[in-house]
Ligand binder design. Structure first.
Ligand SMILES: CC(C)(COP(=O)(O)OP(=O)(O)OC[C@H]1O[C@@H](n2cnc3c(N)ncnc32)[C@H](O)[C@@H]1OP(=O)(O)O)[C@@H](O)C(=O)NCCC(=O)NCCSC(=O)CC(=O)CCCCCCCCCCCCC(=O)O
Ligand SMILES: NC(=O)C1=CN([C@@H]2O[C@H](COP(=O)(O)OP(=O)(O)OC[C@H]3O[C@@H](n4cnc5c(N)ncnc54)[C@H](O)[C@@H]3O)[C@@H](O)[C@H]2O)C=CC1
Length: 716
């Protein structure tokens, strides 16, 4: 609701809709009625709009979008324009966080005041809409085009001080916001309003406008990768150069275009899915869930193995204020890791705080130093025998109640747990590289993992700023199990006529930051080669004896990646992989050596080259992965499609504007079309089991059920 209180001549409208004061329909109605009351009351000479509780407002109610309520009278645009039309001065006073529609109200007001700790932002582009309600027209008039572009298109928040400097705020206050706002409102009661109306001003620096817009457009064309909101927002900002009323009309047209686009639905889904997965439960036993399980308190963590992952994990634990004991078998590697960690922590602005963080690190080769830690994260080489040996040691050196977590990227959690006397305290905590940057934490529970251990791993994720997703135990877990199929098909496409750069280009146009071959070169082809060797699919010398070159373990197989690795071409780190890299450069250059290798492989094996369409590349690379997602749901390894989608959005760079693989299948492709497509490729490629449609998909497609609707109904 919104409360209405009079302080002498000032009417104060306070939004009170905890926890985030979102501008839901009932809040808008009360704000509108408060505004009308204040305008009619002759004793009122000025109006203050502010918020109760922790923040001013998180903006429009995103959960109303797509329902009638979003546009019900008074809609947000109507309310904002009523503020702008007020003939009594309106002061918006904000604190905490002020987003989206809150900024719209402020820009329509005559004065803007804020507490010094405020964060102001326009996250609309992230949910695929234009900041309408006049924001795209008023903001450039107030702060200039450059800052407006920065705020609207980057969606980054601005501090009070920055907002004051740019002219967005009139005053930053440090005392009690209510009394400051009331005092300020009284002081402006006699001031003329005409030049306080932002809409009546001209955009400053209009002479350099085209340069600013051109530069932004070039940047966005490069970065948007199929997302339509960023460039549409820029068009709306450009319209601020027109007369105000014309610009408002253009903003409304562009707003309408995005409001009804499928991408906004996908982006909103992604926003909510990231929050939904926090409400975890065991797919097979909903009684074990975030409400019933209590996490242990974790103050100190041991990290075992100071390689690529151990270093990244240590950095994020320290940044979250935890104490870390880092253990590494190799002293030279340990010293190198400590230098990297200190540099990473010290290289940021708040140096005092960060040197304190670095001081929370104890680095050693001595396992006995783990005696007091509450939890250990193991990140040694991906070798089951080694991990089992290490877990046995951990079992004996750590306190009995300590949790033992493994960062394995796909090994069996139960086999690791069975090396200890406490399998209930063993869990997978799968970080993604670089571990201090990627926001995903895939938590894997084993057969004996206790609810308390699960709750602790999920809580640890939140503590270190990650989104934890709980999944069941299977080879590769959810993410790598699905992702592997994408690369498998990408290689088959090379056998049939494509070049690595063709496949990468199409998937980059689809929205991935990098196609599968560039990703492979970045991660190092040897990592997966070692896994294929361990799985008996290949050997260091080529196919295992008496094995057909193009067929392994019951399935079609492409040996091209193995052939590259046998030549020492592991990717960027060796200067060559699927591409070549000039010294010191990360630019992937098509390589004639790879071209000839593929050509010879086709000729030697009688593989016919044909032209492959972009559509086929997308279908072949993405649909088997999605089909595997349905199998994962069918096998009860993930609670719902949201969990799978969040894994792909945050762990594998799946383009956010498509919502994630499961949302994309459900809402963009359509389950019926997906099923028919899988059947078509199954007939064409009978030796690849991944084309066999999952039963869940078949049932849903046949019954015309929507996956997202089905999932929403079953979620806790
Ligand atoms: C605010 C946060 C920073 C808080 O973070 P944190 O504390 O970490 O909490 P969370 O876990 O994120 O959230 C807790 C809980 O709250 C839910 N929630 C958060 N924000 C919202 C929200 N805005 N609405 C609803 N619910 C919200 C969240 O989902 C959690 O709940 P749970 O899912 O149940 O667990 C953080 O939350 C954050 O960053 N939020 C971002 C919010 C955001 O995106 N705000 C902007 C919304 S858009 C807007 O405000 C302006 C508009 O332009 C709206 C358009 C109005 C519609 C008008 C119709 C347009 C028609 C087109 C033509 C127009 C032409 C014309 O102008 O006339
Ligand atoms: N590199 C990646 O992108 C990802 C790796 N992982 C997993 O994380 C784990 C570690 O991978 P990386 O960091 O890439 O490996 P790495 O090779 O960079 O580091 C492993 C470190 O463990 C040390 N080590 C080996 N045995 C040890 C022992 N008994 N005691 C203490 N230290 C020991 C090694 O000396 C080495 O420094 C693996 O299980 C891997 O599958 C998971 C996600 C992503």
């Amino acid at each position: 609701m919104a409360e209405y209180v009079i302080y002498e001549t000032v009417a104060v409208l306070q939004i009170n809709n905890p926890p985030l004061n979102v501008l839901s329909h009932h809040v808008r109605r009360q704000l509108m009625s408060g505004l009308q009351q204040a305008l009619q009351d002759t004793a009122v000479r000025s109006i203050v709009i502010m918020g109760k509780g922790q923040i001013f407002t998180a903006g429009a109610d995103v959960k109303e979008f797509g329902t009638e309520k979003a546009l019900s009278d008074p809609s947000l645009p109507t309310l904002v324009e009523a503020v702008a039309a007020s003939n009594k001065p309106v002061v918006t006073a904000f604190h905490g966080t002020t987003l989206g529609g809150g900024v719209a109200l402020a820009l329509a007001s005559h004065y803007r005041l804020a507490a010094s700790s405020v964060k102001i932002g326009l996250p609309e582009v992230e949910i695929g809409i234009v900041p309408t309600c006049g924001v795209s027209q008023r903001l450039p008039r107030l702060v200039g085009l450059q800052t407006a572009v920065q705020m609207i298109v980057s969606a980054q928040t601005m501090s009070a001080q920055q907002a004051l400097t740019t002219g967005l705020l009139d005053k930053v206050v440090s005392g009690d916001l209510l009394s400051e706002a009331v005092g300020f409102a009284k002081s402006v009661e006699v001031q003329a309003l005409a030049d306080r109306r932002v809409g009546s001003r001209a955009v400053p620096g209009a002479d350099t406008a085209e340069d600013v817009l051109d530069a932004a457009r070039k940047r966005l064309v490069r970065r948007s990768r199929g997302a339509i909101a960023p460039l549409t927002c820029l068009q709306a900002i450009q319209a601020s150069l027109l007369p105000f009323e014309t610009g408002m009309k253009r903003e409304a047209e562009l707003g309408q275009y995005l409001w009804t686009s499928w991408q906004t639905g996908a982006l909103r889904y992604a926003f909510l899915a990231e929050r939904t997965v926090k409400r975890w439960y065991l797919p097979g036993n909903k009684t074990v869930n975030y409400r019933t399980a209590e996490p242990l308190v974790i103050n100190s963590v041991g990290v075992l193995g100071a390689g690529t992952m151990g270093v990244g994990i240590t950095i994020c634990l320290l940044q979250a204020g935890l104490k870390v004991v880092l253990i590494e078998a190799n002293k030279t590697q340990l010293d190198k890791a400590v230098t990297l960690i200190q540099r990473s922590l010290g290289g940021r602005s708040h140096s005092k705080q960060l040197s304190h963080q670095a001081m929370q690190l104890r680095a050693t080769t001595d396992y006995r130093q783990l005696g007091e830690v509450d939890l250990v994260i193991e990140a040694v080489f991906e070798d089951l025998a080694l991990k089992r040996k290490v877990f046995q040691q951990l079992d004996s050196v750590t306190k009995p109640q300590a949790i033992l977590a493994t960062n394995t990227s796909g090994l069996d959690i139960d086999k690791i747990a069975s090396a200890t006397q406490r399998p209930d305290k063993v869990i997978g905590t799968h970080f993604f590289s670089p571990a201090n940057v990627m926001r995903l934490l895939e938590n894997i529970y084993g057969r004996h993992t206790s609810p308390e251990t699960i709750a602790t791993a999920m809580q640890l994720g939140a503590t270190i700023g990650k989104v934890g997703v709980l999944v069941g135990n299977c080879p590769g877990f959810v993410g790598n199990r699905m992702k592997g199929l994408n690369f498998t098909e990408a290689m088959f496409l090379l056998e049939e006529g494509a070049e690595p750069q063709d496949v990468d280009k199409v998937l980059e146009e689809f929205g991935f930051a990098m196609g599968p071959f560039r990703v492979s070169d970045l991660a190092g082809g040897d990592v997966h080669w070692r896994r294929r060797i361990q799985a008996g699919l290949t050997t260091e010398q080529g196919p295992p004896p008496n094995t057909p070159l193009l067929y392994r373990q019951g399935n079609r197989y492409c040996p091209l990646a193995d052939m590259l690795c046998m030549q020492g071409r592991f990717g960027q780190k060796t200067g060559a992989g699927w591409y070549r890299y000039e010294s010191g450069s990360r630019a992937a250059l098509p390589d004639a050596v790879v071209h000839r290798l593929i050509l010879k492989h086709r000729q030697d094996n009688g593989l016919q080259r044909r032209n492959i369409s972009s559509q086929e590349i997308v279908e072949r690379c993405l649909y088997p992965l999605i089909n595997e997602g349905f199998r994962i749901l069918e096998e009860g390894l993930a609670a719902g499609p949201q969990d799978i989608d969040v894994i792909f959005l945050l762990g594998f760079g799946w383009p956010r504007h498509t919502g994630g693989p499961m949302y994309y299948a459900d809402k963009v492709v359509g389950l019926g079309i997906l099923l028919r497509c899988l059947e078509k490729y199954r007939a064409l490629h009978p030796r690849s089991a991944h084309w066999v449609p999952s039963s869940l998909l078949q049932t849903m497609a046949t019954q015309g059920t929507s996956l997202t609707a089905w999932a929403a109904g079953s979620r806790l």
